[in-house]
Write a protein of this length. Structure first.
Length: 175
């Protein structure tokens, strides 16, 4: 298990924020089209990510509060096209599916996502990652604060919910 300290914000100016980040010479990992299938689980969230860059089964627990917050993550890398999705769907049931385009950047242990999510809009997500306990929560918090300030984000932009929660709420309000 590793610890993330992260935030997600709704933005209308993702290209401008990407340009601001580019001034820091981040490593561009690429643009990924990701389909995250969320499954019904009693604790936390479980999703199977299928993309052309990232493919993983991810279980995470985090509090739904706006702003930066801690997330405890277990990650299992899987091979694309495996029967894992069918197995999980049959045994747990599918909760919802999130379809997004994601540009991925890194600066040291910090991962940046510029997301366009079908039916929801555009977002920036920043994850300060401590894979082995050597960085510590305080530094992760400082890193998030640094990028909140760099991007000039306002409290009203922060998202408490995951994309899956937002999609489920949107579906229930239209039925």
């Amino acid at each position: 298990m590793h610890i993330n300290y992260e935030f997600k914000a709704r933005v209308d100016n993702s290209a401008q924020l990407e340009a601001v980040l580019s001034s820091l010479s981040p490593v561009f990992a690429g643009e990924d089209r990701q389909v995250d299938t969320y499954f019904n689980v009693p604790n936390g969230r479980l999703k199977l990510r299928e993309g052309n860059i990232e493919n993983a089964l991810i279980h995470y627990e985090r509090i739904n509060t706006a702003g930066a917050k801690q997330s405890n993550v277990l990650l299992y890398q899987h091979q694309p096209g495996s029967t894992l999705k069918k197995l999980l769907a049959a045994s747990l049931g599918v909760k919802t599916i999130v379809d997004k385009k994601r540009k991925i950047y890194f600066i040291e242990n910090v991962k940046f996502h510029f997301d366009t999510v079908e039916s929801l809009g555009t977002f920036v997500e920043v994850e300060a990652i401590d894979n082995d306990g050597t960085i510590g929560l305080e530094k992760l918090k400082l890193q998030c604060d640094q990028y909140i300030a760099l991007f000039g984000l306002q409290a009203s932009q922060f998202m408490a919910e995951s994309y899956s929660d937002l999609l489920l709420a949107k579906k229930s309000s239209t039925t």
